[in-house]
Design a protein around this ligand. Structure first.
Ligand SMILES: Cc1ncc(COP(=O)(O)O)c(C=O)c1O
Length: 389
């Protein structure tokens, strides 16, 4: 099997698995006061320090969550509620047009159910939100903006946003900027303090940690209203018994991913270039999407004119090659990607696209296997589409 879907999820690293396995054999609720509880608490606090250290944050700024979706919801809903409560005039929620649904949908929900005003920040043809576009959007009514959310790097096309510049613009107006860095940590230099973002999302299963563990980094003085109420864990921002084994595995994976980042990213970029060359040799009219200059090293998003992406995906799957039409959450639904549409693609092109994403276990052999399979698969997908016309 050739697995080219690491952006959907990537294998748990051996080191994280070993830590979690050890921890699952132990007892203790990190909120309990007895010895077992205090031991569990120590593990959590060490994990917090490791995550903070790796990502340029202080331990106090790390709020553990059950993954990226939860962290995004807490950032968007929680910051909206907090800012709107402090100043009822602040109702505008500005989000990048190519955000993951974990940001888009809570933002739309605040508009549908909480009186917010949902506004998308347009992107250029490469998928970037320009700082001037953000400034112009804020300027329309600076006093009305509750928050801005623009992702660090896009999960479909891999475009990397100018997050520090965007955060600087938001800061000029005293507006908190949240950034979803789920796809960036471990391949991009993510430094929370240096970006000036108010909040940042990270998720375990995209970087060699477990699914179901993640964090929202919150800068000092940034206090979202909680989404979850209960035991008051995580500074009352995120109630719920802490998943000690998962958090230990998550921290190990974050630490290693960040330590190995430069070499790993360079290796991925080389593999990706080889993959694109192999595909182009077989399908000369393939189109590479995203920003050629500011692009994640491990994602190759390609349009195959005259094909249905879904049909092509199944043809490749039948040949043992696993990839995606875009984000895992919308995969399987025959809908043109909102990301490509926002970048100005027509719906036909948007539907003709596949994402190939690389990770730690990827090899040149994977690219070669795709190079061999893609030509016949595209020919069949084109013929099938012609027959249906
Ligand atoms: C950019 C981005 N944000 C958020 C998520 C959701 O993270 P999780 O799967 O940890 O809930 C994903 C996962 O696909 C993602 O790619």
């Amino acid at each position: 099997m050739v697995y080219l879907d690491h952006a959907a999820t990537t294998p748990v690293r051996a080191e994280a698995l070993a830590d979690m396995t050890e921890e699952f054999g132990r007892l203790g609720n990190a909120s309990s006061l007895h010895g077992s509880g205090r031991r569990a608490r120590r593990v959590v606090e060490e994990a917090r320090e490791a995550v903070a250290d790796a990502l340029g944050a202080t331990p106090h700024e790390v709020v553990f969550t059950a993954g990226g979706t939860e962290a995004d919801n807490l950032a968007v809903k929680g910051l909206y509620w907090a800012r709107h409560r402090a100043d009822p005039a602040r109702r505008r929620v500005l989000v990048g047009a190519v955000e993951h649904h974990a940001v888009l949908d809570p933002a739309k929900w605040t508009a549908d159910h909480q009186g917010a005003v949902y506004e998308e920040l347009p992107v250029d043809r490469l998928g970037r939100v320009h700082p001037d576009v953000l400034r112009a959007a804020i300027e329309r009514d600076p006093g009305g903006v509750a928050l801005v959310s623009v992702m660090w790097a896009n999960n479909e096309v891999g475009t990397v946003q100018p997050v520090a510049e965007l955060a600087a613009v938001a800061r000029e107006y005293g507006i908190p900027l949240h950034t979803d860095a789920v796809q960036a940590v471990g391949v991009e230099p993510v430094d929370f303090a240096a970006t000036g973002a108010a909040a940042l999302t990270v998720s375990g299963h995209k970087l060699g940690g477990p699914v179901g563990a993640g964090a929202l980094l919150l800068a000092r003085g940034v206090d979202p209203v909680p989404v979850l109420h209960g035991g008051g864990q995580e500074r009352e921002v995120r109630s719920g018994t802490l998943a000690v084994p998962l958090l230990r595995g998550f921290a190990t994976a974050v630490r290693l991913a960040v330590a190995e980042r430069a070499g790993h990213a360079a290796r991925l970029a080389g593999l990706r270039d080889g993959l694109e060359a192999a595909v182009r040799a077989a399908v000369p009219d393939v189109v590479v999407n995203g920003d050629p200059e500011h692009r994640l090293p491990g994602i190759s998003h390609l349009s195959f004119p005259g094909c249905e992406g879904d049909a092509l995906l199944m043809l490749l799957d039948a040949r043992g090659i696993e990839c995606s039409t875009g984000s895992a959450c919308s995969a399987g639904v025959a809908r043109a990607s909102h990301v490509l549409l926002a970048m100005g693609a027509d719906p036909d092109t948007a539907r003709s696209s596949l994402r190939f994403s690389l990770g730690r276990g990827s090899t040149d052999g994977d690219a070669a296997a795709l190079g061999e399979a893609i030509g016949p698969a595209v020919a069949r997908a084109r013929a099938a589409r012609e027959r249906r016309r």
